[in-house]
Design a binder for this molecule. Structure first.
Ligand SMILES: C[S@@+](CC[C@H](N)C(=O)[O-])C[C@H]1O[C@@H](n2cnc3c(N)ncnc32)[C@H](O)[C@@H]1O
Length: 330
């Protein structure tokens, strides 16, 4: 028997077995694929379900936050009415960063411990808000500058409570300062020099009607001071300019422990007020010079720098907090 006749049937049988095995393998592979696809689909479905749940949770969270924000907004509206800028150009809502910067500066200039500088600054803020909201009109200037003056002055330990303010507008800042001086333990007496003109006067500048809508009158100034607790026996209001001979004569021979120079902001006016302060500042008195370094009032710094550089002055610069310079009388 030839070799091919013997191997032929065997080869065909082998072929059939291989075909059958391949066929089975294909079937298995098709099943595996279907299983894998089903598994993928199930995984995708599970992931989708998880995503939908997360989305629903996020939506709920956003809804809750929106409601909470609306409630906060409503509450802030009340605060905004109390502390906002309507009627006074600037708001009374310092940011934490602004307060921190101010506290640091107050501590640097006064040498106070940071916690004491903070306490004075916070108390000054409460005083400012309370007095301004209780009174009519407004306190002139930005919040940081006002707080700087109110917190720094008592920390510089003036020798007593005799206060002179040159330029008062509505009397509200003077009332705040008197309270701060009282807080430091000095019974105060407040003398104010101001023409109490129906509109704020500034040398060489025409100032529009005040945006608080309140005219500056003696009644307004006195009512503000009274409302803030400055009783008549603690107050002397001299109507006139600081350069008026009658005003000078009325205060001749007196000494003041705190002098606030905030009247005429022109160079000559400030120079005249500082020259007067030389005469009436008590030894160790603190002179507060408002708007020093404020670009709106260049005459203030020009006059002060020239005054401090001149020979024979009793005044020396302690330091500057925002736009107020603090001087000490020898
Ligand atoms: C900037 S306001 C004072 C603001 C006030 N000290 C405050 O902090 O709210 C200036 C005031 O000084 C007054 N004034 C202007 N020249 C003056 C002078 N030579 N003597 C006194 N007061 C003056 C103005 O009429 C005005 O009332």
């Amino acid at each position: 028997m030839s070799r091919s006749r013997l191997l032929g049937p065997l080869a065909r049988r082998l072929d059939r077995r291989i075909d059958a095995r391949l066929e089975r393998r294909h079937r298995e592979l098709r099943i595996d694929e279907r299983l894998a696809a089903a598994e993928r689909a199930e995984r995708a479905e599970r992931a989708e379900r998880a995503l939908r749940a997360e989305l629903a949770e996020t939506r709920e969270h956003v809804r809750e936050l929106t409601e909470r924000l609306e409630r906060v907004d409503e509450r802030l509206h009340g605060l905004d009415l109390l502390l906002g800028r309507a009627g006074r150009r600037v708001h009374r809502q310092p940011t934490p960063a602004q307060t921190d910067a101010l506290v640091r500066r107050v501590a640097e200039v006064t040498g106070a411990r940071p916690q004491d500088a903070r306490r004075h600054t916070v108390q000054a803020y409460r005083t400012l808000v309370e007095v301004e909201n209780r009174g009519v009109g407004r306190i002139a200037g930005g919040t940081a500058n006002i707080l700087g003056k109110l917190a720094t002055t008592p920390l510089l330990a003036p020798p007593g409570g005799r206060i002179l303010e040159i330029g008062t507008l509505y009397g509200l800042f003077a009332a705040c300062l008197a309270r701060q001086i009282l807080r430091a333990g000095h019974p105060y007496h407040l003398t104010i020099v101001d023409p109490v003109s129906a509109q704020q006067l500034q040398n060489g500048r025409e100032l529009r009607h005040d945006l608080s809508g309140t005219p500056v009158t003696e009644d307004v100034v006195r009512a503000n001071l009274h409302a803030a607790g400055v009783t008549p026996e603690r107050l002397r209001l001299l109507r006139g300019y600081s350069t008026d001979p009658a005003v000078r004569a009325a205060l001749a021979g007196e000494a003041f422990d705190v002098i606030v120079v905030d009247g005429d902001h022109g160079r000559e006016g400030v120079a005249a007020d500082l020259a007067w302060a030389e005469e009436i500042a008590a030894p160790g008195a603190v002179v507060v010079l408002d708007d020093y370094g404020d670009p709106k009032w260049p005459g203030v710094q020009a006059a002060a720098d020239a005054h401090l550089a001149a020979a024979g002055t009793r005044l020396s610069l302690i330091g500057q907090v925002t736009t107020s310079a603090f001087l000490r009388a020898a």
